[in-house]
Design a protein around this ligand. Structure first.
Ligand code: GDP
Ligand code: ZN
Length: 308
């Protein structure tokens, strides 16, 4: 191969200066061309999900020559002042994973995650796992309001395999980030979606005594039908560090069209008279739980705060 020939690839994993790049010529282990790392700190120059140009040095070994501009990123924003840390480049969608039971779903957390996704203009889908424990109908009774809001909801069981084919279809050809609290079944789901992904589940890691997810940096797992799933990027990527109180209503799909009917143009929808949002809650057109989430986020309270 001539020296100046480069091939394009996708970074699946970034770890201590080495990058595993998926290319048409197979997996290539790369380092960065020196001049690229000088410009910014290495962790931000490239991340899993970046599309890069690679020149091969020998089969399976190469150098990253350039990085394509990113469409979007999932980042971990430090509390104001500190720089953001890129966790995943170019996600096409994020899938928030909850369990129908064990653990009980925390919808206030889901609302927070959805607000973060709306802010990043990142398409969000909801995965409700463990429906073998409750039945699909009961799970839909809890999560159905999100379907009404237009979020795709997948009712699945990693254990029984129910709903997995439909979920696979949603993941096909896309880069998806799976995010959810530990214990909801993300590893089990990945193993069900992609048999042989080989992710250790809780039982397995307890049995071997090896911890899981020692690093926060996700890894892209190639799906045999095309597309990639990012192993847990961590919920910190969706923290609402620096959200402006006045912009919160814009990220609740059902509130967005109402606010123009409030008496005050800067209505906080907390205590003002003649508020279209409060009216909609009272008339049952807006779910009280969703409004509760709005109030908490607006007031800067976290999702574990006691119910009002
Ligand atoms: P993670 O922490 O989100 O990666 O969760 P794991 O995949 O390790 O699963 C946590 C626990 O839930 C384990 O005990 C799994 O066996 C169990 N689990 C995962 N998926 C299902 C499911 O669909 N149904 C039931 N009943 N249990 C499940
Ligand atoms: Zn209002």
């Amino acid at each position: 191969m001539p020296e100046d020939e480069s091939i394009s690839g996708l970074i699946l994993r970034a770890q201590s200066g080495f990058f595993d790049v998926e290319t048409d010529a197979g997996m290539v282990r790369c380092q960065m061309r020196g001049r690229l790392t000088q410009r910014r700190l290495e962790s931000d120059v490239v991340a899993a999900g970046d599309r890069v140009q690679v020149s091969l040095l020998e089969p399976g070994v190469g150098v990253i020559e350039s990085v394509e501009p990113r469409a979007r990123v999932l980042s971990r924003r430090a509390p104001s002042g500190k720089r953001e840390q890129i966790l995943l480049a170019n996600p096409d969608q994020v899938a928030f994973v909850f369990a129908a039971a064990e653990p009980e779903p925390n919808l206030r957390l889901l609302d927070r995650l959805l607000v973060a996704a709306e802010r990043e203009a990142l398409p969000a889908v909801i995965i409700v796992n463990k429906i073998d424990l409750t039945g699909r109908k009961a799970a839909a009774g809890v999560f159905g309001i999100y379907e009404e809001l237009g979020y795709p909801v997948f009712y699945v069981s990693a254990k029984s395999g129910k709903g997995i084919p439909e979920l696979r279809k949603q993941l096909r050809g896309r880069v998806s980030a799976l995010a959810g609290k530990s214990g909801v079944g993300k590893s089990s789901l990945l193993n069900a979606i992609q048999p042989g992904a080989g992710l250790p589940t809780q039982e397995l890691s307890q049995a071997t005594g090896k911890g899981r997810h020692a690093t926060v940096f996700p890894e892209l797992i190639p799906l045999s039908e095309g597309g990639h799933v990012a192993d847990t990027p961590g919920l910190k990527a969706f923290a609402l560090w620096d959200i402006e109180p006045e912009e919160v209503d814009a990220y609740f799909r059902e509130l967005r069209p109402l606010v123009q009917d409030c008496a005050f143009s800067d209505c906080s929808h907390l205590h003002e008279p003649d508020c279209a949002v409060v009216r909609a809650v009272e008339e049952g057109r807006v779910d009280p739980g969703r409004y509760e989430s709005y109030v908490r986020i607006r007031l800067g309270e976290d999702e574990d705060a006691p119910a009002r």
